[in-house]
Design a binder for this molecule. Structure first.
Ligand code: GDP
Length: 462
């Protein structure tokens, strides 16, 4: 994805700090020059970029003067890194919390935006997102302007196994929207997404229609869908829409295909409206949750623990019994190979591997190498390995696979490893790797102990 280029440039610039023996003004200037060049290339507004440069400089200077570096180069590095990290977060942070759908409540979400921005696709992606998290979700197609809009909704909703409502004959979008929302509310749907029509450009007719639909269905949240390719022009488009339809959140689509993505995100943040998701492809799962801090963390290759935990929590919420069981195990700091297996399965169920894996700090990079298909295959092989383990082995802490020296430290592998490798059609090295990864997770759980201990331990790793 194009945003990854920006991330790579930023993290390369930050990594140069580690090579510099002394952190002085010259090093800071060179670093800031690289960071700013990368941001400008991504179409971030010149004024915002120059503000960022100035703020970092002022902050670093103040911290150095206050003695935050305690005379050590490593501390000086951290001060600079933190200042840049925080200012990057500021750049994409509108400082406003978005609406969060509530369980057991008919949350009406209305999507608005210009034609071609990806509104219809995004509505289905949203429905899938919430459905996966245990919300009974559906779509109302109130787009009567574009021929074929209802067909598109029907097809994608059917593919996604999401309920939908629309009409081939009714021409009044307000009436369709009302009928659909009333019907789905009666049927106790929890996330009701209303897809409205767009136009080629901002016309008074479009805005009038948006207001009318909004008055009829009284949405809990109106989302503006914006195309990343407009870069910093997103600010003007956002403001124009805001004057007519008071939307509460934004989704920026096509982040996968456009180098101007950074510009669009920062421009939107400047309008003080929260971005809640990014569209990152044409598939139904190509929707990334957006939050400023985790976004920057992930962009810089530092993982996104918060996102991962939310994701796991959401998935678990769809299955409360399992959630309770897992919470207990984490609380006790006891994680068996069987639990690790379950985590791998969860990760695989969550969506494309690269997305989930990039949220995990310290996740073995070689597991991610290559395409999503290759990564998924590697994970499948891990599951095959666990399939070849006996119940006793699965419920163990993995020590039955190891021989120990006099000092109690692991020394070698037992015959069980060879048996499992043979039985699963994998190699001894792969079994060893799986055990190693499991041990890493189990150790974190043990070290942390206590409530949410595992989560704290992972966070400490960042
Ligand atoms: P609408 O007119 O706003 O409803 O737009 P559509 O949902 O019909 O989308 C227009 C085009 O953009 C379609 O070809 C979609 O597949 C494509 N599209 C939507 N979202 C994304 C995205 O996040 N990434 C990419 N690459 N394409 C997208």
């Amino acid at each position: 994805m194009v945003l990854a280029d920006l991330g790579r440039k930023l993290s390369t610039a930050l990594a140069s700090l580690n090579r510099a023996p002394v952190i002085d003004d010259k090093v800071l200037d060179t670093l800031l020059k690289e960071v700013c060049a990368a941001l400008l290339e991504s179409d971030v507004n010149v004024k915002l970029v120059s503000q960022l440069r100035q703020k970092v400089k002022t902050k670093v200077k103040a911290q150095f003067e206050a003695g935050a570096d305690r005379g050590k180069e490593t501390n000086r590095r951290s001060v600079v890194q933190k200042a840049i990290f925080d200012e990057l977060v500021q750049l994409v942070d509108p400082g406003v919390e978005p609406y969060k759908p509530k369980k057991g409540h008919p949350n009406v979400i209305m999507a608005v935006g210009l034609q071609g921005n990806g509104k219809t696709t995004t509505c289905t992606k949203l429905a899938v997102h919430y459905q996966k998290r245990g919300f009974k979700s559906c779509i109302v197609c109130a787009d009567t302007f574009r021929a074929g809009a209802f067909d598109q909704t029907r097809q994608s909703a059917t593919k996604a196994k999401v309920a939908y409502f629309g009409s081939y004959t009714e021409t009044d979008p307000v009436s369709i929207a009302s009928q659909g929302v009333t019907k789905f509310k009666k049927e106790r749907f929890e996330v009701i997404i209303v897809d409205t029509s767009g136009r080629h450009k901002q016309e008074s007719e479009l805005f009038r229609e948006m207001v009318q639909i909004s008055e009829a269905v009284k949405p809990d949240m109106t989302i503006l869908v914006l195309d990343a390719s407009i870069g910093q022009a997103a600010e003007a488009q956002g403001r124009a829409f805001k004057e007519s339809a008071d939307f509460g959140a934004i989704i920026v689509t096509k982040m996968d295909g456009h180098a101007k993505g950074g510009g669009a995100i920062s421009a939107v943040a400047a309008t003080k409206t929260p971005i809640i998701f990014l569209g990152v492809g044409e598939h139904l799962t190509d929707l990334d949750r957006f939050a400023p801090r985790p976004f920057i963390s992930k962009l810089l290759g530092m993982g996104d623990v918060q996102g991962l935990m939310e994701h796991m929590h959401d998935i678990a919420a769809a299955n409360p019994e399992k959630q309770k069981e897992m919470a207990k195990k984490l609380e006790e700091g006891k994680l068996s190979i069987r639990d690790w297996r379950e985590q791998i399965q969860n990760v695989m169920n969550m969506g494309p591997l690269s997305k989930i894996a990039s949220m995990i700090p310290g996740f073995p990079q070689d597991m991610l190498a290559g395409s999503d298909e290759e990564g998924t295959l590697r994970m499948k092989r891990m599951l095959y390995i666990t399939d070849s383990m006996s119940a006793m082995e699965l419920d163990s802490d993995g020590s039955c696979f190891l021989t120990f020296g006099k000092d109690g430290k692991p020394e070698g592998l037992t015959w069980r490893v060879t048996r499992v490798a043979r039985g699963s059609g994998t190699s001894v090295r792969e079994v060893e790797e799986l055990l190693c990864q499991y041990r890493m997770m189990a150790n974190m759980a043990k070290q942390a102990g206590g409530k949410n201990g595992w989560m704290n331990a992972v966070q400490k790793m960042q």
